[in-house]
Design a protein around this ligand. Structure first.
Ligand code: VGL
Ligand code: ZN
Length: 204
């Protein structure tokens, strides 16, 4: 059984948002077309409390896009984004969320960031998505959304590790792109066994 996994298509990751992904909004119509063709549609939502430890503003002297060491490893520091209940955390207004059967929220623990739909950045704290997918006999994921080089990439890598077949829809993802991180993300995802597809292939 297949599922479409829509990662973090939220206002703060779209142009004009706090952590904008260039052209992040341009994938929305394609995602809407795709979600109409899947029996199972799932979403993630980045959902941080104010003062979250992944925000540069929570660390004296740090600027966004610098890094800091956390107990679980190196963490990129971000502008404040996707704060719970803010409009920036809302899904893009044109995204059709009606077909979504599950919304996985992540990043809600103050002291740990979470890029992946499966595990937080400590690689240990589970969101529960694996159990949900297994119980619904879903073995294949088609991944779309934002950002290619962070939440999409980590969701794809963890999905593969958890034993799912994972496809990435190349024209339905967009990245932040810090120092070539988008092309590195593609290399990592493909090396790990992800399959690149186009929306055209899926919609024809
Ligand atoms: C994301 C950075 C921080 C993402 C979320 O959705 O890719 N990136 N929080
Ligand atoms: Zn975040």
């Amino acid at each position: 059984m297949d599922a479409l996994l829509i990662v973090d298509v939220q206002n703060d990751f779209c142009p004009g948002g706090a952590l904008e992904v260039p052209q992040g909004d341009q994938i929305v119509p394609t995602i809407n077309d795709l979600s109409a063709t899947f029996d199972v549609v799932l979403q993630t939502q980045d959902w941080h409390p104010a003062g979250h430890s992944s925000f540069a503003s929570s660390h004296d002297g740090k600027e966004p896009f610098e890094t800091t060491e956390m107990p679980y490893g190196t963490q990129v520091l971000w502008p404040d984004h996707c704060i719970q209940d803010s409009s920036g955390a809302d899904f893009h207004p044109d995204l059709n969320t009606d077909p979504s059967q599950l919304i996985v929220r992540k990043g809600f623990r103050r002291n740990i960031d979470s890029y992946s739909a499966f595990y937080e950045n400590d690689d240990e704290t589970a969101t529960g998505l694996t159990g949900y997918l297994k119980q619904r006999n879903i073995d294949t994921l088609y991944t779309v959304g934002l950002a290619t080089d962070f939440c999409v990439k980590w969701s794809v890598l963890d999905g593969l590790k958890e034993g799912f077949e994972v496809h990435v829809v190349e024209d339905a993802v967009k990245g932040i792109d810090i120092e070539d991180s988008v092309s590195e993300a593609w290399t990592e995802m493909l090396d790990a066994g992800a399959q690149k597809v186009s929306s055209k292939q899926l919609l024809s």
